[in-house]
Design a protein around this ligand. Structure first.
Ligand code: FES
Length: 571
């Protein structure tokens, strides 16, 4: 692409009054004339926010990106977009993923931008930015913020997955509030996102395996100086990508998505990966369905020994060779010729990678766990499918039949779960309804609901749990998630009752309730939809347009893209 073809010339290259206005107001920031002389304009899409602690170091990263852009002869412009902080936003950051993606899409298209660097970190900041950018389809590169350093408390490592164990210990009075407060500081001791293979790390790994970042992006700790180097090199590279017109759709092929699915299985990535990847595929126009995940994941063993499926932390993965070493181990399985942002194929990027610690990155022949990362279930509980993460579940519950104990919504669950009179034992199947996209609304991460206190006190640590919600990528247990259709839409899941017999059969990918079709139909005649969660504003728009989880829970009118053309020109 020569400089006259740059999209930004339609702003800064104009003569007369229009060009005057476009350039003059930019000059109030002190930019000299030569910045406007046909340089590629690189938007740095920043999700920095003090309310998104995982991304709070992004101003530093943006500065390094700018260095790279300037070095390569580009003109960097940083702009903020909606930032989704997983820990603070209520009712759930997922409610706002699609909103943030709209912000990203419209901000890119409306402005004089030739190429984009996406600064992503905390869980939803990655899919929202990539979804929005896909709907514009400019040359785009991702810089992830990197994981926190591993926490340490009383001589032991501690990270986000321990929060779930702590919750149980706290309920059992084995950990005091004072100890919890000391642990908080010990766990979150550096910049960065969750230090395990939670959703943020799974998203960063997804980005690298899709080819959307420079090699090594997934695991370099946020506090490591090489994270800054990667940001600078990404700034350098995006200018070249603009010249090569290397757009997102040239990288995000069907094969690239298949690579991402296989890698996610091998690293024990988050179940949230499924929903976000489907949404991204929907934006870029790649035909990907929930059914594709199971055959692609099924024969891929777990080779990354990272919590919550394994033992170690993202920092250890980095020292062991990072994601490139994982990719190299999967060489015989992956599509080797997928092009990546640096213009090389994915296999060229990992060909010199080495594993430095076989206790962290195992081989395909001798994996840590023969169970694959994810399995897709079907049956009359979930007509459109459901998701389970066998690598984070209990082997003895992989085939299990038990009586349902049904909670109609999260308030019902909270009110009764610790009631001594609740008729529940370790063989029961806990069912939580109305935590899906429309029902909650926003599909919160409550699927790995805590066990009843009376069972915890007896030493029970896992039970089969089923919901139409999600689970934190840091969570674990025999937890069936993303049941579709969700309870709020009146499918079979809506009418499951306490006492129904449910059979989970993960080897056969089945989730079945022993109730006849006739009885399910009879129950549906008496079923009433829950009250709408909102009658105005974005939440109302979301409820009316959000799709079911098995197709990515995007808003129906956001599917696909509108390209980078500005349709009307007011000047
Ligand atoms: Fe931000 Fe875990 S809370 S990545």
């Amino acid at each position: 692409m020569n400089e006259q073809n740059l999209r930004s010339r339609n702003w800064f290259g104009r003569k007369g009054k229009d060009g005057f206005i476009y350039r003059a107001w930019m000059k109030n920031q002190g930019f000299p004339d030569y910045e406007f002389n046909g340089k590629p304009v690189i938007g740095i899409c920043n999700t920095w926010s003090e309310l998104t602690p995982c991304n709070a170091h992004f101003r530093d990263l943006a500065e390094k990106v700018k260095h790279g852009v300037y070095e390569a002869g580009g003109f960097p412009v940083e702009f903020p977009v909606t930032s989704l902080g997983e820990t603070l936003m209520k009712p759930t950051a997922m409610l706002y993923r699609n909103l943030a993606s709209m912000d990203v899409e419209e901000s890119i298209r409306a402005n004089p931008i030739d190429g984009v660097v996406l600064l992503c970190g905390c869980d939803k900041t990655t899919p929202s930015l990539v979804m929005g950018a896909c709907s514009v389809n400019l040359p785009t590169i991702v810089v992830s913020g990197g994981p926190m350093l591993t926490g340490h408390y009383e001589g032991k490592s501690i990270a986000t997955s321990d929060v779930w164990r702590l919750q149980a210990l706290y309920k059992e009075n084995q950990v005091s509030q004072d100890q919890m407060i000391t642990m908080e500081a010990a766990m979150c001791r550096s910049a960065g996102h969750c230090a395990v293979m939670g959703t943020a790390s799974s998203m960063a790994s997804m980005i690298e395996s899709l080819g959307l970042s420079l090699p090594g992006n997934a695991a370099i700790p946020a506090a490591d100086s090489r994270r800054k180097t990667l940001a600078q090199l990404s700034g350098l590279r995006i200018v070249e990508m603009v010249k090569e017109n290397l757009t997102l759709s040239k990288i995000l092929t069907r094969e690239a998505f298949e690579n991402a699915i296989m890698v996610n299985a091998a690293i024990g990535g988050s179940t949230n990966f499924v929903i976000h990847l489907l949404a991204i595929a929907g934006r870029i126009g790649v035909d990907l369905t929930l059914k594709d995940f199971d055959p692609l994941s099924r024969n891929i063993p777990l080779i990354a020994n990272i919590q919550p499926s394994g033992k170690y932390f993202m920092e250890d993965l980095f020292y062991a060779g990072g994601l490139p070493a994982v990719l190299k181990e999967l060489d015989k399985i992956l599509h080797r010729d997928c092009i990546t942002v640096n213009g090389k194929t994915i296999s060229e990027n990992y060909e010199n990678a080495k594993c430095y610690n076989p206790d962290v990155i195992a081989t395909v022949e001798e994996p840590f766990n023969a169970s694959t990362g994810l399995a897709i279930l079907h049956g009359n509980v979930c007509e459109n499918g459901a998701v389970i993460k066998p690598s984070a579940a209990s082997e003895h519950l992989m085939q299990h039949t038990g009586k349902a104990v049904v909670f109609e919504d999260i308030e019902d669950y909270k009110a009764r779960i610790d009631d001594d009179n609740l008729d529940v034992d370790e063989n029961s199947v806990l069912v939580l309804k109305n935590v899906g996209p429309k029902g909650y609304p926003g599909m919160p991460e409550v699927g790995n609901m805590g066990l009843p206190k009376k069972l915890l006190l007896r030493g029970i640590t896992d039970m089969v749990r089923i919901s139409d919600g999600r689970m934190s990528g840091t969570g674990f247990g025999t937890v069936v998630l993303h049941v579709s259709p969700e309870a709020a839409t009146g499918g079979n899941f809506s009418v499951i009752q306490t006492g129904d017999i449910i059979t989970l059969d993960v080897p056969n990918r089945s989730l079945h309730v022993d109730v006849s079709d006739e009885e399910l139909q009879r129950r549906k005649q008496n079923w009433k939809p829950p009250k709408p969660g909102a009658e105005r504003g974005y939440v109302s728009l979301y409820i009316n347009h959000v799709e079911q989880s098995h197709v990515g829970a995007d808003l129906d009118f956001l599917k696909g893209g509108s390209g980078s053309e500005v349709t009307r020109d007011s000047h």
